[in-house]
Design a binder for this molecule. Structure first.
Ligand code: PGA
Length: 250
């Protein structure tokens, strides 16, 4: 099964419904002819319903940026998988480094959220990546392996291949400092070998996205590499021109 390129926009905490309308309308018209690449936008919770509505009938999917592991209960400020399913959301980002850094997300909570997403038939995008210090001290492989194995602990092979991974070196996120194609491919290849050691051939069907200052100008050099199956785009997903530039490069 060839891995289809996936370009996902992570809007983070940007765009009210009103501010999103022009971008969504642009994406709607300008991707009508698009083929061979899967495109997803991940707006904040409050804009999800409007995004689903505006993009209905188009090939563009909609994702949330987090999901809780319980269906309901006393978890102030959280949103559950059934709530996202009710909105007809397709994808959910789990374990983004900003959630890990600012909101106490751990490999264990990532694993719990992932299980809930899979059980609800949401398509998860699980983020992993090392800090600058970890890279500079030669710990990148150890860190991403620990995150990968922690996130996927107890997940059966058929669910691993439904899970999208995103390698996002933290030092490249929002910094304008992209990993070089060699640096990115090296980690992506390593992650695929870790997948293979646990789940065998499923590794060939599991998509691994790159994230961290991907832009129209550097996207094709990254996306042509054998183990890079798409991009998770932050800053450049907020403007139609930039985001569609990356989609076109893909
Ligand atoms: P960036 O963000 O493209 O702005 O670096 C990527 C991400 O955080 O997913």
């Amino acid at each position: 099964m060839p891995r289809q390129i996936l370009i996902a926009g992570n809007w983070k905490m940007n765009k009210t419904i009103a501010a999103a309308q022009a971008l969504l309308a642009d994406l709607r018209t300008r991707t009508a002819e698009m083929e061979g690449v899967e495109v997803v936008v991940c707006p904040p919770f409050t804009t999800l319903a409007a995004a689903v509505q505006t993009l209905r009938g188009t090939p563009i999917g909609v994702g949330a940026q987090n999901v809780h592991w319980e269906d309901a209960g006393a978890f102030t400020g959280e949103v559950s998988a059934p709530m996202l399913k009710e909105l007809a959301v397709d994808y959910v980002i789990i374990g983004h480094s900003e959630r890990r850094q600012y909101f106490g997300e751990t490999d264990e909570t990532v694993n719990q959220r992932l299980k809930a997403a899979l059980a609800a038939d949401l398509k998860p995008i699980v983020c992993i990546g090392e800090t600058l210090t970890q890279r500079e001290t030669g710990e990148t492989r150890r860190v991403v392996r620990t995150q990968l194995e922690g996130a996927l602990a107890g997940i059966p092979a058929r669910d691993v291949e439904r899970t999208v991974l995103a390698y996002e070196p933290i030092w490249a996120i929002g910094t304008g400092r992209t990993a070089t194609p060699d640096q990115a491919q090296e980690v992506h290849g390593f992650l695929r070998s870790v997948l293979r050691s646990h789940w065998g051939d499923v590794a060939d069907n599991t998509r691994i996205l790159y994230g961290g200052s991907m832009k129209p100008g550097n996207a094709s050099d990254l996306l042509r590499l054998p183990d890079i199956d798409g991009g998770l785009i932050g800053g450049a997903s907020l403007e139609a021109e930039d985001f569609l530039g990356i989609v076109t490069a893909a």
